[in-house]
Design a protein around this ligand. Structure first.
Ligand SMILES: *[C@@H]1O[C@H](CO)[C@@H](O)[C@H](O)[C@H]1NC(C)=O
Ligand SMILES: *[C@@H]1O[C@H](CO)[C@@H](O)[C@H](O)[C@H]1NC(C)=O
Length: 277
């Protein structure tokens, strides 16, 4: 009896400790949204609970090669579902790729909008380098559903089908079907990928939360129950686990030739933790 009780007490202590650690990390982070460092030249050193893996995909800018997928451990962050082609394109930065990233569930004492990074695979950082010359139409489409095809649609496959679309020169955030229809927009970031001024855009993605920044000073946070479901939420319609997102580059997630775009030269995926935010 005592042994059983001891085990339970240990579990409770472990659970409480994890929550306290996470909350301390959260409190320390609050309010510190200084502008981002430029494109990281090296992966952050592994510290504490950080996952230092990263994946970089190149989409045909002459100077950095074409169609190269460079992952510190291959598939370091996520999975390359469709790799970019290897032929140097006529239009720079017009190769297309599709990536899938799976998140860790949150500790049981935390749910809802995760504004702050936690240990492990809880907040994804996506760094996109943009073409200095050529951009058009669907530059990227990040969605909760494998069949998202831009403008908030996914052929009604999943209820959790929130999307962030960059339709040149703007970025749109579209809610999942958990929000009544209309509105079909949670936010519009006008000129967030404008040619001639914006060269880099960085997104931070976690459960029911996104932060969007660019090198022209854009820095916005959005918390909403109709954003990405990354904590194992059930889906009332088809489609099982809700712990992943898809990232389509120079195209939409569902392959639609009428929704190809260009202008993303490379994408780097990494995990954010309290030490590296
Ligand atoms: C990331 O961490 C692993 C394990 O600690 C280590 O082997 C690897 O060299 C690290 N990579 C970088 C780029 O720091
Ligand atoms: C790409 O940009 C160059 C330089 O601005 C321009 O001459 C060319 O027409 C553009 N091509 C496309 C397909 O937009």
């Amino acid at each position: 009896m005592r042994i059983v009780f001891g085990g339970v007490a240990f579990l409770v202590l472990f659970w409480a400790t994890e929550c306290v650690i996470e909350r301390v990390a959260v409190d320390n982070i609050e309010g510190s949204f200084e502008l981002l460092e430029p494109w990281p030249t090296a992966s952050p050193k592994p510290q504490g609970c950080c996952d230092n893996s990263s994946t970089t995909v190149y989409l045909g800018a002459g100077k950095i090669g074409s169609g190269v997928v460079d992952s510190i451990t291959y598939g370091g962050v996520g999975q390359v579902v469709v790799a970019p082609g290897s032929i140097s394109p006529l239009v720079p930065c017009s190769l297309r790729a599709l990536l899938k990233v799976t998140f860790d569930k949150l500790p049981s004492c935390i749910d809802g909008c995760l504004r702050y990074p936690l240990c492990g695979k809880r907040m994804l950082r996506v760094d996109l380098e943009l073409s200095p010359t050529n951009r058009s139409y669907f530059m990227f489409d990040i969605g909760d559903s494998v069949s998202n095809d831009g403008y908030g649609g996914d052929y009604s496959d999943q209820t959790n089908d929130a999307e962030i679309d960059a339709v040149f020169p703007n970025v749109y955030v579209r809610p999942s079907d958990h929000c009544p229809d209309p509105p079909r927009l949670l936010a519009t970031y006008t000129d967030a990928v404008k040619l001639g001024s914006v060269n880099r855009i960085t997104l931070f993605i976690s459960n029911e939360h996104i932060r969007i920044t660019n090198d022209q000073g854009l820095n916005q946070i959005l918390c909403h129950k109709c954003l990405f479901a990354l904590n194992g939420q059930p889906d009332p319609s088809v489609g099982g686990v809700n712990q992943d997102i898809y990232i389509a580059l120079n195209r939409v997630i569902a392959d639609r030739a009428d929704r190809y775009g260009f202008g993303v030269c490379s994408a780097r995926l990494s995990w954010v933790c309290p030490e590296s935010y």
